[in-house]
Design a binder for this molecule. Structure first.
Ligand SMILES: N[C@@H](CCC(=O)N[C@@H](CS)C(=O)NCC(=O)O)C(=O)O
Length: 213
């Protein structure tokens, strides 16, 4: 593990976006000092944290000069530029565009509907999402399922979301997949290509990595 000096990651345990950065860093063999922010106790809404990220969301990477980088993909982009190996965001102009395309498709087409299904109906998310609109959760469950069917068709002809190589698009899809249960969306056991993909990626040591010790 290579330790990133002078930076602090405000981490959020097992929540999906903090998990994306945890997996991304583990894939690159990077470690960093972390401060755990307890989302369930709404520590992200404290005055102290709001000064770091006015959006009150995690994760956030704070650099030595005090610059606060929020937004998961922005953090990953920064780390990718500092530590390009192994590449997780593409290797040339064409590949970077395709990885970005799939990362965005997965984030907006899969991760978001799964998150909406959780946040708008799960009693454990009531303190995070106010008001909770149960109908919005119900609208998003079939959308998540339809997107998984789309991914299943795509994965019939390639091993990973964006092609032949594991990338950030797979990381976003993994956290979405692992959030199906709390979102009360059935596992897509009938989607054989998606299941094959998941069986491969879940075996990667990075997926078991935790940022909270
Ligand atoms: N667009 C942001 C979203 C970050 C986000 O929503 N993080 C969640 C944890 S997965 C959070 O901090 N939730 C706190 C809250 O809802 O109050 C990103 O990509 O990092």
């Amino acid at each position: 593990m290579k330790k990133l000096d002078g930076m602090v990651l405000y981490d959020g345990g097992r929540a999906p976006n903090p998990r994306r950065v945890q997996i991304f860093m583990a894939e690159k063999g990077l470690d960093v000092d972390r401060i755990q922010v307890d989302i369930n106790r709404l520590e992200q809404r404290s005055d102290a944290f709001t000064r770091i990220n006015p959006m009150q969301r995690l994760p956030v990477l704070v650099l030595e000069d005090g610059t606060a980088i929020a937004e998961t993909v922005a953090i990953c982009r920064y780390l990718e530029e500092l530590h390009p190996e192994p590449p997780l965001m593409g290797v040339d102009a064409r590949d970077r565009a395709l990885v970005e395309m799939w990362q965005r498709r997965v984030e907006f087409g899969f991760l978001m509907p799964v998150a909406f299904a959780f946040r708008h109906e799960h009693p454990g998310a009531a303190h995070l999402e106010s008001p909770q609109v149960a109908e919005w959760a119900q609208v998003n469950r079939p959308r998540a399922r339809e997107f998984m069917e789309f991914l299943d068709r795509e994965l019939a002809s390639r091993p990973f979301m964006a092609g032949e190589r594991f990338t950030i698009a797979d990381i976003s899809a993994i956290v979405g997949y692992q959030f199906l249960k709390p979102a009360r969306i059935p596992f897509p056991e009938d989607l054989v290509h998606l299941q094959r993909w998941y069986g491969t990626v879940v075996a990667r040591p990075s997926v078991a990595a935790r940022g909270d010790g």
